[in-house]
Design a protein around this ligand. Structure first.
Ligand code: ZN
Length: 202
């Protein structure tokens, strides 16, 4: 039961893949739209994401070990010295997660649902240690990023050129933890760094 949506800018038919996307970027004209009451509302053009060359393509299927997933959207963030992509992916079981790709470094992360009490951004510094779920995690990056492009379908509203602060932490067994200090509140993602050579097209 695929849901078809009409691009408000060019009339292209877009198939909705995930259950509750908030943003869709038209593959034909790159118009970014918010999904409101089953209709798309044009909020402007998204930058075209150039690939040099990208490890993933939207709607193809990949595997990491026995986990199969398909990218449905991505957001690109500039952090000053370069950019990284956050791929919004859907597993075979319909569960969504994120695959972050930064110059060949890959982390698979999920949004942490439980309320976590993390310190304010100003209180944190690189090299500092936080206890997250009873694990010692070290802050390896503290920075601000700017959203510079989007593609496909996304579960939150992305606004071009919007900035936010974030810290990346590294824990035992290459576990990762990211804290994003967004205007709407703090969001945390937990996951693991994986070997890019363990990811292949399925
Ligand atoms: Zn369009």
């Amino acid at each position: 039961m695929a849901v078809m949506l009409t691009c408000p800018s060019c009339g292209n038919q877009i198939t909705q893949i995930t259950r509750s996307p908030q943003v869709l970027v038209c593959p034909a004209c790159n118009t970014t739209s918010f999904l409101q009451n089953g209709r798309l509302e044009d909020v402007g053009k998204s930058a075209i994401l150039t690939d040099i060359p990208s490890i993933f393509q939207i709607n193809r299927t990949y595997r990491h070990k026995d986990w199969k997933f398909s990218p449905v959207g991505r957001v690109r963030y500039d952090y000053g010295d370069g950019w990284w992509d956050e791929w919004y992916v859907r597993g075979e079981n319909g569960k969504e997660s994120w695959v972050s790709v930064d110059e060949g470094e890959i982390a698979i992360e999920v949004l942490v649902q439980e309320g976590l009490n993390v310190p304010p951004f100003e209180k944190l510094s690189v090299g500092g240690v936080l206890m997250i779920n009873r694990q010692r995690m070290t802050i390896i990056e503290k920075n601000r990023c700017t959203m510079i492009g989007a593609q496909g379908e996304l579960p939150f509203k992305v606004i071009p050129n919007e900035t936010y602060d974030y810290v990346d932490l590294l824990g035992p067994k290459r576990s990762s933890f990211t804290i994003e200090y967004q205007a709407g509140g703090v969001e945390c993602y937990k996951g693991v760094w994986v070997d890019p050579f363990e990811i292949a097209e399925a």
